[in-house]
Design a protein around this ligand. Structure first.
Ligand SMILES: C[S@@+](CC[C@H](N)C(=O)[O-])C[C@H]1O[C@@H](n2cnc3c(N)ncnc32)[C@H](O)[C@@H]1O
Length: 728
């Protein structure tokens, strides 16, 4: 090393073997490990040579511990290996050439492995291999190993604590990245452990440092865009992922996230983050800047830790900030054209997908119904492969007042799709939900009330929203007239008043530069519940939805082609509160991005536009949607039924008088028998041909099914009127 003339691979191999000789490893073992290290490190010798071949020595020890090494260290052993320790080439070197000799010219495929290939190689390299001989010795070998470790420590002379430097400001190369030791920095704070393995930094140490795993990593948990087991790194609801989640070979096309957890035989754990992005459009930001951004984001979304907080989410957030800052910097500092975002392969592709996603939101959003077949963001996408362990006795995991069991009487799938149960709405990232008490003026609460408002002689201020009459009866049911009115608004959208925004946030989210005119939003009836600034108590009859689910519900497999559904175990009268639709609160822009980025995915998501109270000009963070696909409550299981569904969905004002944000609550629109499936009318227009992703084929079974009739178009209103008429 260090000579001015390039050193040949053969020479470097010889030097490495020579360096190991005093440690007493057999040259056969050394050769084997060296070969694998070279594969692992993509033939980057510098990484192996660093620190007087520390990585090499430790890899040999690991190989021994894995049973991949020699039965007993030997100070001298006959040279039977590919790498001669000294002198001329070994006889086996040429013979080994056909097995991808690391010292020879690389064979075509491994010479430029794809990142995916590289990752695979890494994982193979660190797992005990079946093709290597098992451990031959027991306890005596342990002693030998310990001695060897001491020898290594003395030989390599650990100086200071070893940490990874801040990532180098150079493009991320998927082929280079993995668990390789990387460049080594020496910190004066460090203390080498007696074993010579580096101790992690003290808690107050500079957070710009990361521990080096070296080649000693033994096991890995790889979280590629959430493609992880539930016991490893949890996904987050508060992180945005621009990742493709697809084959690693796509990394040049869009950023991706990868979280790796690795442990070594000596008990070290490494968690590492990988953000991959087109290097030409990325410049590594300073870590301080990243941490500040993460801080800001976390503070912005919640002053206290949200219920779904996890370290995994934080790590993903960090990745995201690196990506965001890195790409922003790159744009600032280069004359490159804008990054082609959203995981699309080309600008054309991106436009096509964007258009398709726009259409989706247009066709469904304006009617406040779930977007069917909408692809989701890649990060969430990987949840489809993630098995969340649902509790069959209570899918809510005790988040609700009652247990909600899961049954499949048809056999087959035991569990519903994976998602995180969340009893309440939680902001995804940028949504602005202003719950400040200061915003609730005297006219928006009933500070003078006491006990149960419904028992007072006069309706309180909170009843103003419903015409000076409480929405709920003393029995806790929504008044029948109000229910009928809400159902009717859904069924006859055209005949009810619509508001038109000056510049519609929905249209802006689709095309900021030249948004199309607002297509109109339905004005819906709200129920305003008493809340914390009111004088009444939690048992007040005007607080129904906020007290949570009270009826006995069950998630069940319908067996009718509609997947899982929700049913009541009790008979319910008309107007009974069933549940909210809870999920992630997203801005329309975020929803739009999520849809565009995941256009090609088959997963169904069910965002609902919260546009019941929109009027005039809304800021982008004020136009909100709910998406219960990945984080949500039982509301996500309610299937669609055309026209004669037994649930009505009603907007509920609780914490904030402005109607940008509100709760969506399901109430029975008629009497429902025990064990009857609960359904609501998503409002999908099955007749429209303009939706790029076909709506599901409706199997609601209603005689007024609009899906069934889409080949024999009829006026929706006629069907709806018939349904209502029949209900009486
Ligand atoms: C909000 S989810 C309802 C829960 C869903 N069935 C499940 O298994 O998770 C909406 C999805 O359920 C299915 N679905 C709901 N209603 C349906 C219907 N009437 N006909 C066919 N599929 C339906 C569709 O796949 C739709 O995208």
């Amino acid at each position: 090393m260090g000579s001015s003339r390039p050193v040949s691979k053969q020479e470097r191999g010889r030097r490495a073997m020579k360096a190991m000789k005093p440690l007493g490893f057999s040259s056969k073992l050394c050769s084997k490990v060296l070969r694998r290290l070279l594969e692992l490190y993509d033939h980057r010798w510098a990484l192996i040579e660093e620190d007087n071949y520390r990585v090499f020595a430790e890899a040999i020890l690991d190989a021994q511990a894995n049973g991949n090494g020699d039965p007993q260290p030997e100070l001298e052993q006959e040279e039977t290996d590919d790498f001669p320790a000294e002198g001329g080439p070994s006889t086996s070197l040429a013979a080994a050439a056909h097995r991808e000799d690391p010292l020879g010219p690389p064979s075509p495929a491994p010479a430029s492995p794809t990142s995916e290939q590289h990752v695979t190689t890494t994982e193979l390299a660190i797992s005990p291999r079946a093709d290597l001989p098992p451990r031959a010795r027991g306890s005596t070998r342990v002693l030998g190993k310990r001695r060897q470790r001491q020898t290594i420590d003395a030989y390599i002379q650990p100086e200071d604590e070893v940490f990874l430097r801040e990532p180098k400001p150079e493009p991320v190369d998927m082929n280079c990245w993995d668990v390789q030791p990387g460049p080594i920095d020496r910190s004066p704070r460090g203390v080498a452990s007696s074993s010579g393995f580096r101790e992690p930094p003290p808690p107050q140490s500079d957070r710009n440092t990361k521990q080096i795993p070296g080649a000693r990593n033994r096991t890995f948990q790889r979280c590629r865009n959430r493609d992880i087991t539930s016991s490893s790194v949890e996904p987050t609801s508060s992180s945005l992922n621009n990742g493709t989640g697809s084959a690693v070979g796509n990394v040049q096309e869009a950023p991706g996230l990868d979280i790796v957890v690795a442990s070594s035989a000596t008990g070290e754990i490494k968690m590492s983050l990988k953000c991959s992005v087109d290097p030409s459009k990325f410049r590594m930001p300073a870590l301080e800047e990243v941490f500040k951004m993460v801080d800001d984001k976390c503070l912005a979304s919640s002053k206290v830790l949200p219920p779904d907080f996890s370290i995994g989410s934080l790590m993903t957030e960090i990745c995201q900030c690196v990506l965001q800052l890195g790409t922003e910097h790159a744009v600032e500092h280069t004359t490159q054209p804008d990054i082609v975002g959203n995981g699309c392969r080309s600008e054309d592709d991106r436009k096509t997908k964007q258009k398709a996603a726009e259409e989706l939101l247009v066709s469904n959003g304006s009617e406040n119904c779930p977007v069917n077949s909408t692809p989701v963001q890649q990060q969430h996408l990987a949840l489809s492969t993630l098995r969340i362990n649902h509790d069959l006795t209570d899918i809510s995991k005790a988040e609700e007042n009652i247990r909600i069991s899961i049954v499949n009487e048809f056999g087959g799938e035991k569990f519903p799709p994976s998602f995180y149960y969340m009893q309440q709405n939680v902001v995804f990232q940028n949504a602005l939900v202003d719950m400040s008490l200061a915003k609730i003026g005297g006219e928006d609460c009933c500070a003078d009330c006491f006990g149960n408002c419904l028992s007072a002689p006069e309706p309180c201020a909170c009843a103003r929203e419903t015409g000076g009459e409480y929405a709920y009866t003393l029995e806790g049911l929504v008044r029948p007239a109000l229910i009928d009115e809400c159902v009717s608004v859904n069924l006859f959208p055209a005949e009810n008043q619509k508001v038109f925004c000056e510049t519609c946030p929905l249209e802006r989210s689709r095309n900021k530069a030249s948004p199309e005119p607002c297509r109109g939003h339905l004005v819906r009836k709200f129920i305003k519940e008493c809340w914390s600034k009111c004088g009444c108590n939690m048992e007040c009859g005007n607080r129904v939805v906020q007290r949570g689910i009270t009826c006995n519900l069950q998630v069940f497999f319908t067996g009718e082609g509609t997947g899982w559904g929700l049913r009541t175990l009790d008979e319910l009268p008309k107007g009974a509160f069933v549940c909210e639709y809870a999920g992630e609160i997203l801005t329309c822009t975020e929803m739009h991005e999520r849809a565009v980025e995941n256009m090609q995915n088959d997963m169904y998501v069910h965002p609902i536009l919260l546009d019941a109270g929109w009027c005039s000009e809304l800021k982008d963070e004020e136009a909100l949607c709910l998406d219960g696909s990945f984080y949500g409550n039982v509301g996500r299981f309610i299937n669609h039924r055309c026209c004669d569904a037994n649930l009505a969905v009603i907007p509920i004002e609780v914490e904030t008088p402005d109607h940008h944000y509100y709760h969506l609550a399901f109430f029975t629109s008629k009497k429902v028998e025990a064990f009857e499936e609960l359904t609501w009318d998503y409002g999908i227009d099955f007749e429209t041909e303009k939706q790029p992703v076909k709506p599901f084929e409706c199997l609601c079974g209603s005689r007024y099914c609009r899906g069934r009739r889409r080949h024999h178009p009829r006026k929706r209103n006629i069907v709806a009127a018939a349904a209502i008429g029949e209900e009486g």
